[in-house]
Write a new protein. Structure first.
Length: 318
């Protein structure tokens, strides 16, 4: 769909437009694009969040290293396989192994688990979402049988990336990982947050432009969620965002509108073959336009149950 390529200014104009007529037009065209590819089908994926241990300290994330309120866990392989078995019996044929960048989750540990899943459930697809790793690691995991890998760039603007991450993490490194994943032979999932602190229309336009250029096989455009009962996260200490200003950056209604617009635009533009919807979308958008998600997302992900499930706080702005 290269004929639908847009400029940064055009993406920004679509995001900023606040008319119901344009929203309906975008929704309608997104629905047409979705139905042309999938009809009325929605494909479910089994999401197993197997560890919330993470070596990183991303300021917006509920499982960041410095969050002492987060009760940590890491499922044993037999627990993960039990989740997969329940999912297989329920009809899931793709398993997504997602977690923080846990130093204990080595290439060998993951490769053995991937092999066990493939052996137990012939024909299943295994998707990984375990963060930044080396090129050699990605090659190893692909050779072990993993089919897809999800790694969102989060924001395509370097200055904004620095506001949301410690100095040890760079946008350049994140983009290199995406390239390494593609070189390793994975079907690559990319994406970004909507409603994160300091985010502007220009940032969102840059995100869409990057997706347009990279053309991932999967695209996740997710909301930056908040839990108001918790203390503000490290942003107030690391990025100049003081607690009393948190309300100004949350702007839930605007974020929800931008979330829908980004979904509609990405799908209408054919920026990815598959768009993902998950629980975070439901939490943010259910009171705004739950019926509209069906015209954007051809794929849904359902979390597998596990004894430790309620401890995970992935991508939560505290």
């Amino acid at each position: 769909m290269r004929e639908h390529t847009l400029s940064l200014d055009e993406y920004a104009a679509l995001i900023d437009a606040r008319t119901s007529a344009l929203a309906d037009e975008l929704a309608g065209r997104a629905r047409e694009t979705c139905e042309a590819a999938y009809g009325d089908a929605v494909f479910a994926r089994g999401l197993i969040e197997f560890t919330n241990v993470c070596k990183n300290d991303c300021y917006y994330c509920g499982i960041r290293r410095s969050n002492r309120a987060c009760e940590r866990y890491c499922l044993a392989p037999e627990q993960i396989l039990a989740c997969a078995d329940a999912g297989w019996q329920a009809g899931f044929r793709t398993f997504v192994l997602q977690g923080g960048e846990d130093p204990a989750v080595t290439d060998e540990w993951l490769a053995e688990l991937i092999g066990a899943l493939k052996a137990a459930y012939p024909g299943c697809a295994v998707t990984l979402s375990v963060g930044e790793r080396s090129r050699e690691s990605y090659r190893h995991l692909r050779a072990a049988g993993a089919d897809r890998y999800l790694l969102r760039h989060e924001t395509a603007t370097a200055a904004h990336y620095r506001q949301l991450h410690p100095a040890a993490m760079t946008l350049q490194r994140r983009m290199a990982c995406l390239s390494d994943l593609r070189e390793a032979g994975f079907a690559v999932g990319d994406g970004f947050m909507v409603g994160s602190p300091f985010q502007t229309t220009e940032h969102l336009a840059a995100d869409l432009a990057f997706i347009q250029e990279f053309r991932p096989e999967m695209c996740g455009i997710g909301p930056a969620r908040t839990q108001c009962q918790q203390k503000p996260c490290g942003l107030s200490h690391h990025s100049g965002l003081v607690p009393e200003k948190l309300h100004a950056v949350r702007h839930a209604a605007t974020a929800a509108q931008n979330q829908l617009r980004a979904f509609f635009i990405a799908h209408r533009q054919g920026l990815s073959a598959n768009h993902l919807a998950h629980g975070a979308h439901r939490a943010v958008l259910s009171r705004n336009a739950p019926h509209r998600l069906i015209c954007d997302a051809g794929h849904g992900r359902k979390r597998g149950t596990a004894p430790q499930r309620h401890h995970l706080q992935m991508f939560v702005l505290l």
